[in-house]
Design a protein around this ligand. Structure first.
Ligand SMILES: Nc1ncnc2c1ncn2[C@@H]1O[C@H](COP(=O)(O)OP(=O)(O)OP(=O)(O)O)[C@@H](O)[C@H]1O
Ligand SMILES: [Mg+2]
Length: 362
């Protein structure tokens, strides 16, 4: 650690080195005199480079922070806290809580503490997710329509061709026309799934979320009868709400179905577990709108976790980590939940994958 300012007590800096929040000590001329390892991490720069730099070197919009720094140097306050978005040249902006403390030390009169504002980051991420899924939806719909039209023609032509095959060649050549017809049918099913959420009207009625979970439970149990335990952790005070029951069943089923599929190994061992949890969440912000109450649903499995190479993209169409998977289950689930003004999030590590569905309640 470069303690190149003899006036800074070395043992005080040792303490700062251990802190999880980023700390910058500023000297009297407004340059960084010391940065702790957390600051190196946050600013993606080494202490060697940071020391001697000014805030203007680090942030494009440094004026507000510079002003507060000036006030701290003049001892106008003891400490001040702000939420800021610090823009950086060529890098992502930092969403941070900033605490500026005036110190009683002429060599380093100001301490700046930066902590990432996780709530803000989360909101930004959700907003990006929504934008993206809107773009996805349009792309899918257009693409599916483009595929659908010629597909009917291809299938029809193959059937006609089959009729034209002379009897003596029918046996060997029919194999080929059948391949065309079968593959066209497979594509047709795929396209129909892609278009499903746009085709069916959103039918709204009173929904009891536990009926939704129970339906999914019976479907999963009948498909995976052995070695899978489904634990229900229901909050029975969750009220009925207005929604499209069939869409909600499909969304929960797609998530639970994925979980059951990745639990295959554990089912053999007999300790595969799915948890269905229902709760009420308070003060939730979804797509920038604040709701007093929301349904807070979880589908949790003790499988291997989502593989890291697709983790950020699982809600995109055609992204699959599974042999034979079409990568549409989660895209559809997300679309259905968004039609209820809600959102699906996911946290995953080996042994615990938690899909969380949030749906605002009136
Ligand atoms: N609970 C989970 N644990 C581990 N991986 C998961 C889990 N849920 C989803 N995944 C991963 O996310 C991928 C995408 O899931 P999605 O349901 O969208 O498509 P799919 O299951 O591959 O195909 P489809 O559902 O269309 O038949 C899966 O292939 C799987 O790799
Ligand atoms: Mg799936």
């Amino acid at each position: 650690m470069p303690v190149n300012k003899p006036t800074i007590a070395a043992d005080a800096l040792n303490g700062l080195d251990l802190l999880a929040s980023a700390v910058l000590l500023m000297d009297a001329s407004g340059c960084i005199a010391y940065s702790n390892p957390a600051a190196e991490n946050l600013l993606e720069s080494s202490s060697k480079i940071l020391v001697g730099q000014t805030l203007a070197d680090l942030f494009v919009n440094n004026e507000e922070l510079e002003l507060v720094l000036q006030q701290a140097r003049e001892q106008q306050f003891a400490d001040k806290r702000l939420d800021m978005t610090l823009e950086r040249a060529g890098r992502d902006a930092l969403q941070v809580h900033v605490a500026v403390t005036a110190l009683d030390n002429p060599a380093t009169p100001v301490l700046i503490e930066l902590r990432e504002n996780l709530q803000q980051l989360k909101l930004d991420r959700e907003e990006r997710l929504l934008d993206q899924s809107q773009a996805n939806k349009e792309l899918i719909r257009n693409l599916a329509h483009e595929i659908k039209n010629p597909l009917g023609g291809i299938r029809g032509a193959a059937q006609l061709l089959e009729l034209e095959i002379p009897e003596r060649h029918l046996k060997e050549l029919r194999e080929y026309t059948q391949v065309i017809i079968k593959e066209a049918d497979r594509l047709q099913t795929l396209v129909d799934r892609l278009l499903a959420p746009h085709r069916h009207p959103h039918i709204v009625g009173d929904v009891n979320i536990h009926e939704v979970f129970e339906r999914v439970r019976s479907l999963i149990v009948s498909e995976f009868p052995n070695g899978l335990k489904i634990r229900r952790d229901y909050d029975l005070s969750v009220p009925e709400f207005r929604g499209d029951k069939e869409q909600l069943i499909q969304a929960v089923l797609n998530i639970a179905h994925n979980a059951a599929q990745v639990l295959a190994e554990r089912m053999k061992a007999g300790d595969a577990e799915l948890i269905f949890r229902t709760r009420i969440a308070r003060q939730i912000t979804l797509a920038k709108v604040r709701y007093r109450l929301a349904l807070d649903l979880h589908i949790i499995d003790n499988g291997p976790g989502i593989s890291p190479d697709i983790r950020d993209r699982i809600f995109y169409p055609l992204v699959s980590g599974r042999e034979g998977g079409s990568g549409l289950g989660l895209t559809l689930a997300q679309t259905f939940i968004q039609q209820h003004l809600g959102l699906i999030e996911c946290e995953s590590r080996p042994g615990c994958t938690d899909f969380r569905i949030l749906i605002p309640l009136p």
